[in-house]
Design a protein around this ligand. Structure first.
Ligand code: CTP
Ligand code: MG
Length: 226
């Protein structure tokens, strides 16, 4: 059976709210609970460990869920929070990792990413959306060096699903490397592992700024009516 980690220990500096981002109310409940409820409803996931921010030792009241929950204090960096949650989650393979900051994740996307690891024999499968903007490489002074081929570019999201042994090997690095990682798949890539992309909708956005929060609020309200 699979286990899942939700990393929710960030402070949400760019959002600038009066509490950690995962605890900010969106559409009537804390941001964290939107993805927690979706993950808990996926039959293949038997246990979820949530990395919590300093000063928040307990999960917000999430009502009855069909899944075991474990709360753990997070770390100073995202990767440290992942390592601490992995150590706390107990047995289970593969391991799904999700950012609490992505409340619009769907059960369908989770199942597609789990299926990719099971069927393709890769070390990791990651949700990502195709890029719609033209992307250019520029020097620090703004001079354009070249235009990249958009067809082969992906904007990476979570959920990301890992073969457990491959993830544990990838995380077994010094704190300087962990601090550089903006996603977990990068750690698997640099350890020589195989990673595949699973197409995901851009709606699975990450709440980073106050504008993102307003967009997420609107999309979540629409989902409630659907
Ligand atoms: N995260 C975490 N532990 C940390 C830092 C981040 O668990 N030490 C989590 C966040 O809670 C979030 C996810 O990693 O769910 C993605 O990080 P990000 O969107 O950058 O959230 P914050 O770090 O909270 O925001 P900011 O960088 O604006 O402070
Ligand atoms: Mg951050």
């Amino acid at each position: 059976m699979a286990v899942a980690l939700i990393v929710a220990a960030g402070s949400g500096e760019r959002l600038g709210a009066d509490k950690p981002k995962a605890f900010v109310e969106v559409g009537g409940k804390p941001l964290l609970l939107w993805s927690l409820h979706v993950l808990a409803g996926v039959a293949a996931i038997e246990r979820i460990a949530v990395a919590l921010p300093p000063g928040q030792e307990v999960l917000p009241d999430c009502g009855p869920v069909d899944c075991q929950l474990v709360a753990v204090p997070g770390g100073r960096t995202r990767s440290e929070s992942v390592s601490l949650a992995l150590a706390a989650v107990g047995p289970g393979d593969p391991v799904l990792i999700h950012d609490a900051a992505r409340p619009l994740v769907s059960a369908q996307l989770i199942e597609a990413v789990l299926a990719a690891v099971a069927e393709e024999g890769v070390d990791a499968a990651i949700a990502a959306s195709s890029v719609t903007d033209t992307i250019k490489l520029a020097r620090p002074d703004g001079t354009v060096v070249k235009t990249l081929d958009r067809a082969s570019l992906w904007a990476v999201q979570t959920p990301q699903v890992f073969d457990r042994a491959a993830l544990e090997r990838a995380l077994d690095v010094g704190p300087d490397v962990l601090a550089q990682a903006t996603d977990d798949a990068w750690l698997v890539e640099r350890a020589g592992g195989t990673v595949t992309v699973v197409p995901a909708p851009p709606e699975n956005l990450k709440v980073t700024t106050p504008l993102d929060l307003r967009v997420a609020e609107g999309l979540l309200a629409g989902r409630g009516r659907a």
